[in-house]
Design a protein around this ligand. Structure first.
Ligand code: 13P
Length: 254
């Protein structure tokens, strides 16, 4: 049986008040699922300014809270940044690192991402480590090469033992926010590549798919043997759509 995880990346959406209301809806809808059946792990990742409010709403529920990024240093003169220890102290359990929007708009490299993974793990946070190719790279038939370079660089710095504490997310850049999700075959093919690469180092971790996941396509994507859930953007901002994705993940666990 696959243990499934569904994470919602709220990106730069929701004020603290809006986030608390959305989190409350998610708690209600996800809490109603399952009964005695196993349910997927659920993580919601609001903006930094909403973490406190969302942690308060989700306390004593099965819904976990994550941040969307962290700095690689514990503290210091880094204006505008937030450290893993601060994220942990506010009550988070997870943190997304290496999202393609951070790679693109903040020029994050695999080396920097690896140092963020180490900082997160040192604070007891579970890093959700993102990799993925651009459209140009896919069209140039270098997807495997790109993913391999990203993961091997991170793995080399982080080490297999620590990598084992992570979650990996495959997010093809061309599928993010475009409404054009990877097909189940495309997703499974890359997930299998990632699983094989990690297995060579003795690492066996959940690999989530991200990129235009919806309530409609989730079940098809989740059927892939190496697809262990989703990192959801847009659809995670609607509690009912997000809950339907969580239900589709739960169905894989029965
Ligand atoms: P969308 O689901 O909006 O395509 O975003 C995916 C994503 O970037 C999640 O991290």
């Amino acid at each position: 049986m696959k243990h499934m995880i569904v994470a919602g990346n709220w990106k730069m959406h929701t004020t603290a008040a809006e986030a608390a209301a959305l989190a409350a809806e998610v708690v209600t809808l996800v809490g109603k699922q399952g009964g005695t059946a196993p349910t997927a792990d659920v993580v919601i990742c609001p903006p930094f300014t909403s973490l406190d409010a969302v942690v308060a709403v989700t306390a004593d529920t099965s819904v976990h809270v994550g941040a969307q990024d962290c700095h690689h240093e514990h503290h210091g003169a880094f204006t505008g940044d937030v450290s893993a220890s601060m994220i942990r102290a506010v009550g988070c359990s997870h943190v997304i690192v290496g999202h393609s929007e951070r790679r693109r708009y903040h020029h994050e490299t695999d080396t920097l991402i690896a140092s963020k993974v180490l900082a997160a793990l040192a604070e007891g946070l579970v890093p959700i480590v993102c990799v993925g190719e651009t459209l140009d790279e896919r069209e140039a038939n270098i997807t495997t090469q790109v993913i391999t370079t990203q993961l091997e660089t991170i793995l080399q710095i982080v080490g297999a033992e620590r990598m084992q504490q992570c979650i990996v997310a495959y997010e093809p850049v061309w599928a993010i926010g475009t409404g054009r999700a990877a097909t189940a075959e495309q997703a499974q093919e890359v997930h299998a590549t990632i699983a094989a690469l990690l297995a060579k180092a003795g690492v066996h971790v959940p690999i989530l798919y991200g990129g235009s996941v919806t309530a409609e396509n989730a079940a098809t994507l989740f059927a892939g043997a190496d697809v262990y859930g989703a990192l959801v953007g847009g659809a995670s901002l609607k509690a009912d759509a997000f809950a339907a994705i969580v239900a589709a993940a739960g169905a894989q666990m029965q």
